[in-house]
Design a protein around this ligand. Structure first.
Ligand code: HAS
Length: 577
């Protein structure tokens, strides 16, 4: 486990810095569009569009920027910094430049398609909605660019490190990062299959019809594990850095390694839990995926225990007495050195308590039928990806920019207030949307235009009005927190350097270090992962192919800002043979 800083300059420094700054600039647009949505849903903003961007175009941009672009760029930048710092081996700049060009180029291409109204297909862009081909090519370039460092830089560097350190234990952060990108590579394959062989040819008019159920099953093959590609960088920070920032040690290193390996094993064969209401797929396999979804919650329960134990260890180190005294002895508001970063992790963890509980409800096959496609789901993911993931990514972005520029974090009071405002705002937002969700309020719908006005809609539901306003209030508090963060980040970005630029992390030691054989040898874990994927997806894909609906979608036809319905409805159902 390495703890010394590495001085850094030149191309590697520029690449990591820009992989943090470019997505953050886009995130400003993404967050402001989120504010528009929450005010439009509450009927506070009545206009069907803002600056020429209509509700669904804004929803697509909000989801793609915040949940795909920001997260993917950050995961690569953080992965680069971790591998450099923990293996002490220079990154391969040719590979890094190729990755950078593909990611930036792909993002710009997809952004053009969305901003010009040619890809209003939402961030879960599965069929039968079809976008302009530039959206699919842009997304493909972004994904290919993001996986290049894993294969051509990080793995060769890790093997070289292993040869030089045959008896040393792989640093925990390196194990977490390599597992995360192994997951990423495995799930890009099914997504690439439906994008390259269904969506893109359809968009180009090369094919006139395709099997929508196959596309949706392949999309969710990718889609749920995607959330763990977002979560694992946060978990690396919680395990390797939070304990030191709190003033203690990681309670158990083997438990952390086991958690990462369980994510590898269970993250992928669970996608049917997004398709419980999908016709054509048999309930037995949906139930199997439901069981495995409860298994993928296990490593998060292990994390909850290990992180809480590490925080208690820190609190007692800081002089805590009594059973729960440790909770009051943590650096919630501390400007010393890098301690401000603790606020991002603890705020994210509190939000993730809500995200985890709502996730368990989602996974429950019967309860999901109540919450599926309602505002409840929106509450769930604003306390998971919008909670722990976004707050830890923002905190780490500010932390790394300060290190890579050789400056102190500016406006530390605002930097400290930001995560607490975000957390308070999203707790209010989550509760409000969960309540309206349970009352049947749909997700992905501009309530303010469709259901919140009795004179406009026979679907008027007065009881959604109050909680939609509460949700808007919560959203506004979160955005104020984001503005506080932005002021600190911009100040830090333009501050005068006071020391040598470097890569450094507050890496914690562990109370329990001894490696157990269970978590040392990766081969059986990768074998079991592949086996479980084959077992869990062979028959559902067979069913999708034989029972899927062939939709005739004559190529891309999104005119202006909204998709036109297919000219001639021609759903041909291929009857089960
Ligand atoms: Fe999820 C839908 C089930 C985790 C994100 N999820 C989504 C969607 C997104 C998303 C974006 O089963 C919508 C997709 C779409 O657009 O349609 N989710 C789960 C389950 C988990 C879960 C079982 N989700 C996540 C994470 C996400 C994420 C993580 C992003 C990063 N989710 C579902 C299901 C659906 C779904 C269904 C489909 C719903 C539908 O019908 O469409 C689990 O992994 C959750 C496990 C987590 C826990 C919590 C552990 C608690 C911790 C904090 C401890 C706190 C401490 C602090 C120590 C069990 C780690 C102490 C505090 C002090 C002050 C001391």
């Amino acid at each position: 486990m390495q703890t010394q800083a590495i001085p850094l300059k030149g191309a590697t420094r520029f690449i990591i810095l820009s992989e943090l700054i470019i997505p953050f600039i886009l995130l400003i647009l993404g967050v402001l569009l989120g504010l528009y949505q929450v005010l439009a849903r509450a009927g506070i903003i009545k206009s069907p569009d803002i600056l020429g961007i209509n509700y669904y175009q804004g929803l697509t941009l909000h989801g793609v920027i915040n949940a795909v672009v920001f997260t993917t760029f950050f995961a690569v930048a953080f992965g680069n910094a971790i591998m450099l710092h923990q293996l002490r081996r220079p990154l391969k700049e040719g590979v890094q430049w190729a990755s950078w060009v593909l990611m930036v180029g792909g993002t710009l291409m997809a952004a053009w398609a969305m901003l010009t109204g040619r890809a209003t297909v939402l961030y879960t862009f599965y069929l039968p909605m079809v976008a302009h081909w530039t959206f699919y090519v842009g997304a493909t370039l972004l994904l290919i660019g993001s996986i290049l460092p894993y294969f051509l830089d990080w793995i060769p560097n890790t093997l070289a490190w292993r040869r030089e350190n045959p008896n040393a234990k792989l640093p925990l952060a390196v194990l977490g990062n390599l597992i995360n990108f192994t997951l990423w590579f495995l799930i890009i394959l099914p997504l690439a299959t439906t994008v390259l062989f269904q969506m893109l040819p359809l968009s180009l008019g090369l094919i006139q019809e395709t099997n929508v159920l196959v596309s949706r099953t392949l999309f969710w093959f990718f889609g749920h594990a995607l959330v763990y590609f977002w979560l694992l960088p946060s978990y690396i920070m919680l395990y390797t850095m939070l304990p030191k920032l709190a003033g203690g040690k990681l309670y158990s290193d083997p438990a952390a390694r086991l958690a990462f390996l369980l994510f590898l094993l269970f993250s992928i064969p669970v996608g049917l839990h997004h398709q419980y209401t999908e016709g054509g797929l048999s309930s037995g396999w949906k139930l199997w995926h439901a069981f495995l979804t409860f298994m993928v919650a296990l490593p998060s329960f292990i994390t909850a225990f290990t992180v809480a134990a590490s925080l208690e260890h820190a609190g007692r180190n800081n002089g805590a007495q009594g059973l729960f005294g440790w909770m009051s002895k943590l650096p919630y508001w501390n400007k010393e050195g890098d301690r401000w970063l603790f606020a991002y992790f603890i705020s994210g963890l509190i939000l993730f308590l809500f995200g985890g509980i709502t996730g368990i409800v989602n996974a429950s096959y019967n309860m999901n039928l109540v919450v599926h496609n309602t505002a409840w789901i929106v509450g769930h993911f604003h306390t998971t990806v919008g909670g722990l993931v976004t707050l830890s990514f923002l905190g780490m972005t500010l932390f790394l920019i300060a290190k890579l520029r050789g400056v102190e974090v500016k406006a530390k009071g605002l930097a400290l207030a930001a995560p607490y405002l975000w957390m308070i705002g999203f707790v209010i937002f989550e509760i409000a949307l969960s309540i309206t969700g349970l009352q049947g309020a749909p997700r992905r719908s501009n309530l303010g235009i469709s259901y919140l006005d009795p004179s406009q809609s026979h679907l008027y539901r007065g009881d959604w009005l109050f909680w939609s306003h509460i949700g808007a209030f919560g959203g506004m508090i979160a955005v104020i927190g984001f503005l506080a963060f932005t002021i600190s980040l911009v100040g830090t970005l333009f501050a005068k350097p006071v020391r040598q630029p470097e890569v450094d992390f507050p890496i914690a030691e562990a109370v329990h270090e001894q490696p157990t054989p269970l978590v040392v040898n990766l081969r059986p874990w990768v074998t079991a992962t592949l086996l479980l994927i084959v077992i869990s997806y062979t028959y559902p894909l067979y069913e999708s192919m034989t029972r899927g609906v062939l939709a005739n979608a004559p190529g891309y036809r999104s005119e202006g800002n909204s998709l036109q319905p297919p000219q001639q409805p021609s759903e041909q159902t291929s009857l089960p043979k």
